[in-house]
Design a protein around this ligand. Sequence first.
Ligand code: AMP
Length: 112
Amino acid sequence: MYDNNNIFAKIVRKEIPCDKIHEDDRVLFFKDINPKAKIHVLGIPKANVINFDDFIDKCSPEDVVHFFKSVSKVIDNLDIRESGYRIISNTGENGNQEVPHFHIHILGGQKI
Ligand code: AMP
């Protein structure tokens, strides 16, 4: 079951600040607080979904496409399309997921 008190839920509700990169009514992108690369941005849908599987199961095809198109737009805004980047989504115990709200890591700005 989705935990309404996870840290990203609090960020979506503006109860906790974030270093915002991009936002609209359905998605939010912000800098990771503990960056693993020169550029480390997290992207989340605002829907209450736990992980990738939950996102695909519960959100509409339009929302799924909108999210991944937003990831692509942010990659352009960060100016890392040409130099390259890595996108990751950790899921579950073996994936080492810490925050139980679906998110994509965008890493770049250096060789990963
Ligand atoms: P994951 O292991 O995929 O769940 O990664 C969670 C990520 O969230 C980690 O890279 C953390 O550094 C990051 N993180 C945790 N709290 C915050 C926060 N308040 N603002 C930004 N990033 C955060």
